[in-house]
Design a protein around this ligand. Structure first.
Ligand code: ZN
Length: 327
């Protein structure tokens, strides 16, 4: 009798257990979206896709531009989000523009702003354009499709305590992904490139017995040594004081920083002014469309430490920022 009761209890328990398992497996299938080994949280992934029209890394930042057809989504608001392996959803601030039925979005028009790659945790991230219905409050997530001419990107974080992270960015699993993992900086990759202006056939300015190309060579080596003491991996563009370096050839000074994946490139020049022989002081040139905070800080520090001033070549302090053309 006891055995019979035990058997029926076991049978009932098994049935309950089976039902529970079925229930939960159903829940798991519906509650999570397993994408190539990455568990994203319970999200409603839409069949409608958003497009990435441009994406690039400049310095330490990733920038993304894209668009989405909102013909059927007039009462919605949009956000760009990235979701990591722990299902944390990170909001990426975007600027938006609506042209007819097309929502255009971008992380920044300033090339060295956007998603700060140095501040990311090591994880797998998936990007989505998150659409929230303004009335119901319900959200759905649109995967990002590559409509740009760009391929996969690779980034190594700046060396800190002999350690780096490698970040791979590309398209997979119907959206844009970013994968950050601990890695060692390869031998041919660097944190900073210092370009010693001119060299060899290009002497640069010659004045009062000084030659620009000789001063920039020595200065570059000293700067390299100081930065290496801080644990950074630094490459100079001239190994020899008399070496002539091209601009856009295979080992040109404009090519090297890209080849070695440098996050910063400083080009040193000791200029003379053809129109004002008494001109002196500091000039900092930053690329067009760049955030100039770093350039300003650099100028301020040099002025303070060296007890000098900004160059009168500037129309006003910090007012003339353009692409450096003094190569
Ligand atoms: Zn120069």
């Amino acid at each position: 009798m006891k055995n019979k009761i035990l058997i029926s209890v076991i049978i009932v328990l098994s049935l309950v257990l089976t039902a529970l398992l079925l229930f939960f497996s159903f829940k798991i299938v519906n509650g999570y979206t397993k994408i190539n080994g990455i568990f994203s949280k319970s999200i409603n992934i839409s069949n409608e896709k958003a497009f990435v029209t441009k994406y690039a890394i400049y310095g330490t930042h990733l920038n993304i531009e894209g668009s989405f057809n909102i013909a059927n989504n007039e009462n919605s608001s949009f956000k760009l989000v990235m979701i990591n392996e722990n299902s944390d959803e990170i909001n990426i601030p975007i600027f938006t523009n609506i042209q007819k039925n097309l929502l255009e979005f971008y992380t920044s028009k300033t090339i060295n702003q956007g998603i700060y790659l140095e501040g990311l945790q090591n994880s797998n991230f998936l990007f989505y354009l998150k659409e929230t219905d303004n009335v119901s409050g319900l959200s759905k997530y649109h995967g990002l499709v590559n409509k740009s001419k760009f391929g996969d990107l690779e980034y190594y974080t700046i060396t800190k305590h002999n350690s780096n992270s490698k970040i791979d960015i590309g398209f997979n699993n119907n959206t844009l992904y970013l994968n950050s993992k601990k890695s060692i900086l390869p031998d041919n990759y660097y944190d900073i490139v210092i370009d010693q202006g001119h060299g060899g056939k290009s002497t640069g300015a010659i004045s009062h017995g000084y030659t620009e190309s000789l001063i920039t060579y020595e200065y570059g080596i000293k700067l390299k040594e100081s930065l290496e003491k801080l644990g950074l991996k630094v490459l100079i563009t001239r190994d020899d004081i008399n070496e002539t370096v091209g601009d856009y050839n295979e080992n040109g000074r404009a090519v090297i920083p890209n080849l070695v994946k440098a996050k910063y490139c400083l080009s040193i020049h000791i200029n003379s002014s053809p129109i004002n022989s008494k001109a002196s002081g500091v000039e900092i040139y930053c690329p067009n469309h760049a955030d100039i905070t770093f350039g300003k800080a650099l100028a301020d520090n040099i002025i303070e430490i060296a007890g000098t001033n900004t160059s009168p070549n500037n129309v006003g302090r910090y007012s003339r920022w353009s692409l450096c053309s003094d190569f």
